[in-house]
Ligand binder design. Structure first.
Ligand code: SF4
Length: 561
């Protein structure tokens, strides 16, 4: 294949340039610098410790997407003197509403329960915030490598020693083109995985080391989001609205959000990836949400400017995998650290990165990154406010496995029982196992909009949505969606579930084409549309889809999302 593979050695490697990794890298740099400058005379100078972050997006922040409301607790710990409102797009929350929507009305709930209220929090664009964090990290001498996707784990025995990045310049058949460059082997004393939800290397390491043994199966949701540009409205700036009800049926977990930032509105719909109807299409439901009169009123003089989608981990406390092993740690969404009750994970991601940094700092002092040395991470995390917060909502999401009303009742009981609810530990099945086969759905009750195109002014079809995600994939590269058995797609899945990939993918990557009268249809993939939400890897009922990173730098370019 021509060029020789290069090896790069660093002390600490963070995989994934999101809020968890960047906070971890910055905190580690702070700890090392204060240690080296300590007037008391440290026992051992650490010298120049090299810290690197690799990120698959073409720039830092390009693949970061969230609602997003920030609880600033971790940011204040990381940067006590920072003026939070000077960070791009950051807007203080000034008013909060919780609505229950019927198909054309709203019921304004009189108060927002204490665990979910957002007093003192901030609206922000996660992609912009992460870009800003990246600038702070770079200014502190942390090496950022955007455009590098980690694709393979490098082990020596049981010890993780490095990560191989993906090759560039391969054609569709995997053959080298003129631009071919092999991936780089990055070797490190410790590797921290902050790849975000369902990270491909995180998935490999969890499976290889059975880090999820004895834990609840992970549970996910998927958020579909747009940003609208609207005429400046200082009176609404800082208003946030969360909704329950329409357009989702009460058997589905999820809800909508609308955050007003003055000249921009962030809005989206989150749908639990344990829904039962294979004909449900989260993107289509989002179009219905936008057309609700109470939501459409905010958008009437605006225009959509950005689109994206992302899965989010919702399993909570009991689904957190063992997050340490010889040579490595898991942080952020990849370690299932999200508070589903509060609809928040950025502060937990940041805190987990910082706790990882404290663990690694001890590792550097003792030159020990063994499993037993790194077990300090889990101890510190669970003793911190982050662990306590997750413990307080430990059974929240599982309470919704039997629908919205029972879930809300359980949530109330959980609040008064300190997070316990009806049982010390509620379990759950993986979301994809709950999908019903077509024959199990009573006639007339399935979501019947699977083929209809949205017609409302605010609505977009999937192809148009993708245009607003700033997507860029070289078409002539190996497919990054690996389907283990296409026959299942063409036969069993078509018959049993009607190929739900066509609907749960929010970017029209999966299409069934050809065939007469529905018979003999074949799956056609459009991988260059992929917005990297990971939903297909999670929700496929046969678990035969594996998402792997495309060539580094490919994918969406989220802005203000
Ligand atoms: Fe999301 Fe998979 Fe569709 Fe890509 S192909 S947008 S990861 S569902």
């Amino acid at each position: 294949m021509g060029r020789v593979r290069e090896t790069l050695e660093v002390d600490i490697l963070f995989v994934g340039g999101g809020p968890a990794s960047l906070s971890g890298a910055l905190h580690l740099r702070n700890l090392i610098d204060s240690h080296n400058q300590s007037p008391a005379g440290p026992t051992r100078q650490l010298g120049a410790v090299s810290i690197a972050v690799i990120e698959k997006g073409r720039e830092i922040g390009a693949h970061s997407l969230s609602g997003a409301i920030l609880d600033p607790i971790a940011l204040r710990e990381l940067m006590p003197t920072v003026d939070i409102e000077s960070i791009p797009t950051v807007t203080p929350v000034v008013k909060e509403h919780l609505w229950f929507l019927t198909s054309n009305r709203r019921i304004h709930l009189p108060w927002v329960p204490a665990p979910v209220n957002n007093r003192g929090n901030f609206i922000l664009s996660l992609s912009r915030f992460v870009k800003w964090l990246g600038e702070q990290a770079e200014a502190r001498g942390i090496d950022l490598f955007p455009g590098f996707a980690g694709t393979e784990l490098l082990f020596e025995g049981d010890r993780l020693v490095g990560v191989r990045t993906g090759a560039r310049g391969l054609d569709k058949q995997g053959q080298p083109k003129a631009s071919y460059e092999p991936g780089v082997d990055i070797l490190a004393k410790a590797i921290v995985f902050g790849e975000g939800v369902r990270g491909s290397l995180t998935k490999q390491v969890v499976s290889r080391l059975q880090l999820d043994a004895g834990r609840n199966p992970a549970l996910y949701a998927m958020g579909v989001k747009e940003v609208w540009e609207v005429p400046d409205d200082p009176w609404s700036c800082g208003v946030i609205i969360h909704t329950l009800g329409f357009p989702l049926k009460s058997e589905n977990y999820g809800g909508g959000f609308l955050y007003h930032m003055g000249r921009m509105i962030s809005l989206g719909l989150v749908v639990g990836l344990d829904y039962r109807d294979p004909f449900l299409d989260p993107h289509r439901e989002f179009q219905r949400f936008k057309n609700h009169p109470q939501i459409a009123a905010f958008l009437k003089r605006g225009k959509v400017i950005h689109y994206g989608a992302k899965a989010l981990p919702e399993g909570g406390y009991f689904s957190i995998p063992k997050s340490y092993f010889s040579g490595g740690l898991l942080i952020g969404d990849g370690a299932e650290l999200l508070n589903a009750q509060r609809l928040k994970g950025i502060h937990l991601a940041m805190k987990s990165g910082m706790v990882a940094a404290e663990t690694l700092f001890q590792g550097l002092l003792k030159n020990d990154f063994s499993e037993s040395a790194l077990s300090l991470y889990e101890k510190l995390l669970m003793e911190s406010w982050a662990g306590k917060e997750l413990h307080r909502e430990r059974n929240f999401r599982q309470g919704f496995q039997h629908g919205l009303w029972r879930g809300l009742m359980h949530g109330g009981f959980q609040m008064i029982s300190g997070g316990r609810g009806i049982k010390a530990r509620l379990s759950n099945r993986p979301g994809h196992e709950r999908m019903r086969k077509i024959e199990e759905i009573p006639p007339g009750t399935r979501a019947s909009r699977e083929t209809s195109q949205p017609k409302e002014r605010t609505a977009l079809d999937k192809a148009t949505s993708v245009y607003y995600s700033g997507i860029r994939h070289d078409e002539d590269q190996p497919a990054h969606l690996l389907i283990a058995d296409l026959d299942i797609c063409h036969t069993r899945c078509a018959r049993e579930y009607g190929n739900p990939c066509q609907r749960f993918c929010p970017a029209q990557v999966y299409e069934m084409v050809g065939g007469e009268g529905g018979e003999g249809r074949r799956l056609q993939l459009n991988p260059s549309n992929c917005v990297h939400c990971k939903t297909c890897d999670i929700m496929d009922p046969y678990q035969i889809i594996t998402w792997v990173p495309p060539e580094g730098g490919s994918g969406p370019s989220f802005m203000n999302l």
